[in-house]
Design a protein. Structure first.
Length: 689
């Protein structure tokens, strides 16, 4: 049996029951019970078939005049749009259902003549089952239900189809409370609060998978509290909007359970005025209970979506229409089943109220987030060329992603799409990072970010920076990853990598001729140790150049992970470590050459040596690298697979101009790959304890 039939059956039972009570009164002498009115005194018929619009509106009008509460007892009351006035409390008792008519033209005929002004033509200014405009002191409460019959044939089933009714629409109201009720089956957004001041939404339960654009709660107001709500919808869960020049500000959302096929927590898309002073916390996000429209697994098959129902975006922060988004904190969020856990976007789409100015996005903190991803999409923080998102903090974030990214994904050209609709899939490509892709950002901090690849490996780096200025990366690391680099970057400046607990390459090359210019690596435990004959060697990833090159700026003071070890810089070795001796270097060379697993591995050994003094040379085993005392050891093969000699390689000799190597697997099917060379740099040693 369908829902409508059940409503009608239930309504008939209620009609019989009410008939035995002999109550019928629809004039101004309605029985007043203290400060309560009861709709049973207005001749309503709770059978789910009879249209009760006139009687219900009369009861609501009386309620406003008397500052009263209107009681709606159990039953199914079919109705068209109702207009709430000031000083009204509408209480839907348990098993009470206000069932919206399934005729869109009837909604329009009743709604638009009553609502004056050009706003009536707006795509968002649509009819609603319950509407209030410019009123104050309105409460909707109880344990009953608003049902919009959004899947009825009378409502178009298409994206952004105009004039479909919402369930609740409050415009320019003050002191609005909506609590404890259930919202079901809207034909459009479930609830919308536009330019209101003082809105409290608590303990409501929303379920709507009947039509396109089935948002849960849309907030375009100030001084708003949303708490303890359960939302299960096809479209966005809790969506902050700014559809006018005014700000959506002073908003608190907390302790909610959100299930969505689209964006669970979203700022935008409409962002004309902007958002300010918003705090969202302690929410749980997961996939919706059903997916009748989206089907991301097939719609975005290029994103390697792992399951048929998923959340498109966990946290989506968007400023794209000329407005200002600032002072936003999102914290203590648990996300599962998501394509992109975090999506932050400064775009240049519409500028209706901004006199041609590009949007602003600054002072955004996202912290204490745990998320499980189900695609290769990755999180992203991006702006448009010529503008910057500013002062973004990502802190205490733990992501688990499925991996599967390839080396080809690293070199993908991500389009700007400056005026495109903002969405995690807007670039139509797998991004060149498996953790975070960051572009056009000024002032960004990643602190204690951990990303685990659960499944296949991923060839992409954890972070990819493009045109990033003033960034700090501290205490962050990849987990269970075998062939990714940590960070690739291009066109960046003033990047500080501090306290990263990752043994392997820190800095990758995004294709610059000078990949590490403007990057300072400090305080990192970023080396691999090798134990040879009782001597522990500190090994970091190596790169071409001399101490006078720009890429070594800041590396001679002993304050960073590169530990350059010329004689007068012995302090460059960290506490407990020292420079290697000639004897130790020679012994290392013998051990490397005797180790079959060391084939195709290059080492640089840094120390104070005279040219070839006491160091074996010949047979291509050693080469001297300048007066600073750097030696290269090994059986590297770069010219041809059968060439056992060292061949000096310039930048152009390496794939993708990559001179900052991490360990690569270089033997495939027993055949040496001349384009993959392991390259280590020995900085310091210590005696094994």
């Amino acid at each position: 049996m369908n829902a409508k039939f059940l409503y009608i059956l239930f309504g008939l039972i209620i009609v019989v029951t009410m008939g035995t009570m002999g109550c019928s009164n629809n004039d101004d002498s309605a029985i007043l019970q203290g400060d309560e009115l009861n709709i049973t005194d207005y001749g309503v018929v709770p059978d789910g078939v009879t249209n009760n619009t006139v009687a219900l509106q009369k009861a609501l009008d009386d309620c406003s005049k008397r500052y009263a509460t209107l009681i709606v007892p159990a039953g199914v009351y079919l109705t068209g749009p109702l207009f709430l006035k000031s000083n009204t409390t509408l209480k839907l008792e348990k098993d009470a259902v206000l069932l919206g008519i399934d005729d869109m033209e009837a909604y329009a005929a009743a709604f638009y003549p009553a609502v004056h002004g050009s706003a009536a033509a707006s795509s968002i200014f649509t009819p609603a089952l319950l509407y209030a405009g410019g009123e104050s002191n309105i409460t909707i409460t109880g344990e009953g239900t608003l049902d919009g019959q959004g899947d009825a044939p009378g409502f178009p089933q298409e994206n952004n189809a105009t004039r479909r009714p919402k369930l609740i629409f409050m415009v320019g109201c003050r002191n609005v409370t909506v609590e404890n009720i259930k919202l079901r089956n809207s034909a459009f957004w479930s609830s919308h609060y536009l330019q209101c001041d003082g809105v409290t939404i608590r303990n409501i339960d929303i379920y709507s998978h009947t039509n396109w654009n089935n948002d849960g709660i849309d907030i375009d107001s100030k001084n708003v509290l949303v708490e303890n709500c359960t939302i299960d919808v096809d479209d966005d869960g809790v969506c902050l909007k700014s559809d006018r020049y005014t700000l959506c500000e002073n908003v608190v959302v907390k302790d909610c359970i959100i299930k969505s096929n689209c964006n669970a927590i979203k700022f935008g898309t409409s962002s004309y005025g902007g958002f300010k002073n918003v705090q969202i916390s302690h929410c749980t996000i997961s996939k919706a209970s059903e997916d009748n429209i989206r089907h991301w697994q097939t719609a975005h098959d290029w994103a390697n979506v792992r399951q048929p129902i998923s959340v498109l975006g966990g946290i989506a922060v968007e400023s794209v229409d000329g407005g200002i988004l600032e002072d936003v904190t999102i914290s203590d969020i648990v996300i599962s089943d998501v394509l992109a856990p975090i999506f932050v976007r400064l775009g240049d789409r519409h500028k209706t109220y901004s006199s041609g100015k590009v949007s602003v996005l600054k002072n955004v903190t996202i912290q204490n987030v745990t998320a499980t991803g189900v695609s290769s999409l990755a999180s992203s923080i991006t702006a448009v060329d010529g503008s910057y998102a500013e002062n973004v903090v990502i802190k205490n974030v733990s992501l688990t992603v499925p991996g599967g990214g390839t080396s080809a994904n690293i070199s993908v050209q991500v389009p700007e799409n400056k005026d495109a609709y903002p969405e995690a899939t807007m670039f139509k490509t797998v991004l060149p990072a498996y953790g975070f892709y960051v572009r056009h950002v000024k002032g960004i901090i990643f602190e204690n970010v951990k990303v685990t690849v659960d499944g296949t490996t991923d060839a992409r780096p954890l972070f990819y920076y493009d045109d990033v200025i003033d960034a700090v990366l501290t205490g962050s690391r990849p987990e269970d990853i075998t062939d990714s680099k940590f960070l690739r970057q291009k066109n960046c400046s003033n990047i500080k990598v501090d306290g990263v607990t990752y043994e392997g390459a820190i800095i990758g090359d995004g294709g610059n001729s000078d990949p590490n210019q403007g990057i300072l690596v400090v305080g990192n435990n970023t080396y691999t140790t090798y134990d040879y004959n009782g001597v522990v060697w500190m090994v970091t990833n190596s790169k071409e150049g001399t101490p006078t090159d720009k890429q070594y700026d800041g590396h001679l003071e002993g304050e960073n992970g590169y530990y350059y070890a010329s004689k007068d810089k012995e302090s460059a070795c960290p506490a407990g470590w020292r420079l290697p001796t000639i004897a130790e270097a020679t012994a290392l060379a013998d051990l490397i050459n005797a180790d079959p697993e060391a084939e195709n591995v290059r080492w640089w050994v840094n120390g104070e040596y005279s040219a070839f003094a006491g160091i074996r040379s010949g047979s291509g085993t050693w080469m001297f690298w300048g007066t600073q005392g750097t030696w290269r050891i090994g059986n590297g093969k770069t010219a041809t697979p059968d060439d056992d000699t060292w061949v000096y390689s310039t930048l152009s000799s390496y794939p993708d101009n990559d001179i900052t190597h991490i360990p690569h697997r270089i033997v495939e099917d027993g055949v040496n790959d001349s384009n993959r060379v392991r390259y280590y740099s020995v900085r310091c040693v210590k005696i094994k304890e």
